[in-house]
Design a binder for this molecule. Structure first.
Ligand SMILES: [Zn+2]
Length: 389
């Protein structure tokens, strides 16, 4: 779940020679376009970056469609891809398909709103390819990179129940329901950055490994002025380090060769699941010096329910070490975020009679640095306490 989005791609299913399902006076490609245009206008009015894969009745091959998705806002987890469809097959009600890499939060937000708008709900589900169960069945989920990509089926045009009249009469309500579901999702987190005295956009950008422009775009800021207490959305935390921007003609192989690394390393560092690249893509080549020590350590992908504390505990490190290794300056985590897990330092368990001074001299360190390392505000120790040495 992200408290912001980089952009939303609205994809009207089918088009041109591919009419999609047809029946009972409904042509799928026309309804998907109407619904998509409605959604596009709503997001545009709200100032949320939005792009459509087609705005007219044209044919798009799966590759063309996917390329439009990838070139819209880039291959990022905080890009939402909404593919609109009308179902056929005789059922009744709405369903949402979400990618294997995502969870069902966005889908269920939308289904809830569709339900409020009068449509009955079937389910939110993932569909695996039968050839390779690690892949999504539908190309709009399978080939859309790291984006959060869902397909909404608003109802069945061959339903024997109430879908046909609902689609004809309520399509606009349903499009609005999808917009509301997406807005709920985008705004669902209150993990916003609160501007403090002395903050500037530039300082905040540096601190969070982003750019002034990205923060401004995300928050619809027209000037660089900030007010104390103002709440800002921040882009998903990126690992600090050396990046390469993909140019025309680049391949994973050529980039790996030029940077004396393996394709596997490149893919692992950037969480790539395929060999596809797109021009303008930002690839991490080397995490910054702050992280060099921890390169030997593992990486961990943040899961639902994780906290910095639970992750640190799991790996026998301190929250501070974890934050330092990842340049995290607050306690914000996003699901799917990649964390570098530094190699654990020595831990000393306090025994009866121990003093900070003794422990420090035994370990060739000073009381002061022990206190700093362990965030101690006084000299009191408790038996069994864990100290990072
Ligand atoms: Zn369809």
């Amino acid at each position: 779940m992200y408290n912001n989005v980089r952009g939303i791609v609205i994809d009207p299913g089918h088009g041109g020679v591919d009419s999609g399902a047809v029946g009972n006076g409904i042509i799928e490609k026309d309804y998907t376009l109407k619904i998509s245009k409605y959604m596009y206008d709503r997001f545009k009015d709200l100032g949320i970056p939005v792009i459509m894969t087609r705005t007219e009745d044209i044919t798009l091959t799966p590759d063309e469609r996917v390329n439009k998705v990838k070139s819209a806002f880039g291959n990022y987890q905080d890009v939402l891809v909404i593919s609109n469809h009308i179902n056929a097959g005789g059922g009744d009600g709405a369903e949402v398909i979400y990618a294997l890499r995502n969870n069902d939060t966005l889908s269920n937000n939308i289904l809830n709103e569709l339900n409020k708008a009068g449509q009955n709900i079937r389910k939110a589900y993932q569909r695996k390819s039968m050839v390779n169960p690690n892949n999504d069945y539908y190309f709009m989920q399978r080939n859309t990179g790291d984006t959060e990509s869902i397909t909404i089926e608003y109802g069945f045009l061959d339903s024997t129940k109430d879908d046909v009249s609902q689609l004809k009469n309520n399509w606009q309500k349903y499009a609005e329901a999808a917009v509301q579901g997406i807005l709920n999702y985008i705004n669902s987190s209150d993990d916003l950055y609160v501007v403090k005295p002395g903050d500037t956009l530039y300082n905040i950008a540096i601190k969070y490994n982003t750019t002034v422009n990205d923060i401004k775009r995300l928050n619809n800021l027209v000037s660089n002025e900030l007010a104390i207490g103002q709440r800002l959305k921040l882009p998903v935390t990126q690992v600090a380090g050396e990046y390469y921007i993909v140019k025309p003609g680049d391949t994973l192989y050529s980039i790996a060769m030029n940077n004396m690394m393996t394709i596997l390393d490149l893919k692992r560092l950037n969480n790539l699941t395929s060999n596809d690249l797109y021009v303008g893509q930002k690839l991490l080549l080397k995490p910054s010096n702050n992280n060099t020590n921890s390169n030997k350590g593992n990486t961990y992908i943040v899961q639902v329910g994780d906290t910095l504390y639970s992750i640190a505990k799991k790996y026998g490190i301190s929250v501070d070490e974890l934050k330092l290794a990842n340049n995290i300056t607050n306690n914000l985590l996003s699901i799917g975020q990649r964390l570098i897990i530094p190699t654990p330092k020595n831990i000393y368990i306090v025994r009866p009679g121990d003093t900070l001074y003794q422990i420090a001299s035994l370990n060739n360190t000073t009381v002061q640095s022990l206190k700093e390392l362990n965030n101690l505000t006084n000299d009191v120790l408790t038996i069994g306490q864990e100290l990072i040495i």
